[in-house]
Design a protein around this ligand. Structure first.
Ligand SMILES: *Cc1c(COP(=O)(O)O)cnc(C)c1O
Length: 425
């Protein structure tokens, strides 16, 4: 039998760092990554046969658990009809219609292959539409790895302590203005200085790539107002929060209508899908209707559309989000009680199927609220939990996810593991 260690050693010889996406390498928590042989329901199994209760869910897509039978059946059926056509196919229309029905701010939507492609395309569209070059993003927010976004970014960029990234030309980075999250006065100030040059403000409405940070009351509305005042496009990056924190995403939760929204993760049901959509007037600015170019050989791939469509049906079932939220709350309440009993400074956040764990008295409200000490404690907690068969995000800067198949028993098992883990810290 191949071991995790042998595979990682081999992987490092043929893949940079042994991984195809940096956060997977466990650099944020220390130690070597596990190699996953299969996943089913709420569990992942490594190549050594050890089972883990999974709280990453492939970083979001597995909201209905691994191996959901309806999603698998849809993909199996699609496989037999052909893997890719490079021509329009019915499944693209089905998924687009589902998205338009579920998210009122979306009149039209274009499919791409990843969240990165979605945000990259949305920014180009906003620039083309407004005829402006500058964009505003927030410190610790992650919008994929396109050049414009690798400025004070979250996720792996934060985990690895990379401030920006070599390879991003200054000329591009200079067009990205960054402002602290949850600081409306700071944003107002930047907008009053150069709002008329700002093509778009892009934001994770609930930031999930620097742990889980919710917008303060009035923050998103203030952002909406500033965009209206200056004619800038408001882009909600809901690659993580879309279909995750509520059926209608964070925009439904807070009652804010963005001009454009980006999706990924859940929307593909586990296959590589991203999407961007929004107001017809803006969406009709892309080719072939409008002048802004955007394309993709495998965009709208029939297998990916089948998986996405089946997933949209799953999450539309009666009571899906109530149950998801109940599960996530059972988890965070249980963890909080366990931490309190152990005398740990600990707090949590939860919204729909997304949660954040903080080794501090209160949850952070922006990136600079996170202390080095709490990050260090998270690292130890992560390993204590992993040893006990619970797979949390291998970074203190990532949100966690539950699925609809995380049963009460599994949540309770997780809380039991946490009781021991807190004691061992
Ligand atoms: C994951 C993520 C992305 C990038 O999506 P990829 O599919 O990894 O390219 C963009 N924005 C947010 C908010 C994300 O969480």
């Amino acid at each position: 039998m191949t071991s995790n260690q042998e595979l990682f050693q081999h992987a490092q010889r043929v893949i940079p760092g042994g991984v195809n996406s940096p956060v997977r390498a466990f650099k944020g928590v220390g130690g070597d990554p596990l190699f996953i042989a299969k996943a089913q329901g709420a569990h992942m199994y490594d190549v050594e046969g050890k089972a883990y209760i999974d709280y990453i869910g492939s970083w979001g897509p597995m909201i209905a658990g691994h191996g959901n039978e309806n999603v698998l059946a849809a993909v199996h059926q699609a496989v037999d009809m052909g893997l890719s056509f490079g021509a329009p196919a019915p499944a693209e229309v089905t998924l687009a219609q589902q998205i338009c029905d579920m998210i009122p701010s979306i009149d039209k939507v274009r499919m791409v292959n990843s969240g990165t492609e979605a945000t990259m395309s949305a920014i180009r569209l906003a620039r083309g539409f407004t005829g402006r070059n500058k964009i505003i993003k927030f410190e610790g927010c992650y919008h994929g790895h396109a050049d414009s976004f690798l400025v004070k970014a979250g996720s792996g960029v934060l985990t690895l302590g990379i401030p920006g990234s070599p390879g991003v030309p200054d000329a591009v980075a200079d067009l990205t203005l960054t402002v602290p999250f949850n600081d409306l006065p700071a944003l107002s100030e930047v907008m009053s200085e150069c709002g008329d040059d700002v093509a778009a403000i892009i934001v994770e409405p609930i930031a999930g790539n620097m742990n889980m940070i919710e917008p303060l009351d009035g923050y998103l509305q203030g952002m909406r107002d500033l965009c209206d005042e200056h004619g800038s496009v408001l882009i909600f990056d809901e690659v993580m929060t879309g279909f995750r924190v509520a059926k209608g995403g964070a925009q439904a939760l807070y009652g804010i209508t963005p001009d454009l929204t980006t999706f990924g993760k859940v929307i593909g049901g586990g296959l590589p899908v991203g999407a961007f959509g929004g107001r017809q007037e803006i969406m009709d600015y892309i080719a072939p209707v409008g002048p802004v170019y955007q394309a993709g050989t495998l965009s709208g791939n029939p297998l990916a559309m089948a998986a996405g469509s089946a997933m949209m049906k799953e999450i539309s079932s009666e009571g899906f989000y109530q149950q998801l939220e109940r599960t996530a709350q059972r988890l965070t309440a249980g963890l909080q009680a366990a931490a309190d009993a152990a005398g740990m400074a600990f707090s949590t956040r939860v919204q729909g199927g997304m949660f954040g764990l903080f080794f501090s008295q209160k949850p952070a409200n922006n990136f600079s609220d996170t202390s080095d000490e709490s990050v260090e404690t998270y690292k130890r907690f992560f390993h204590e939990m992993l040893d006990r068969g619970v797979y949390l995000a291998p970074s203190a800067y990532e949100a966690g996810f539950v699925s609809s198949v995380h049963s009460d028993d599994l949540i309770d098992e997780t809380i039991e593991a946490a009781k021991e883990a807190f004691k061992a810290l």
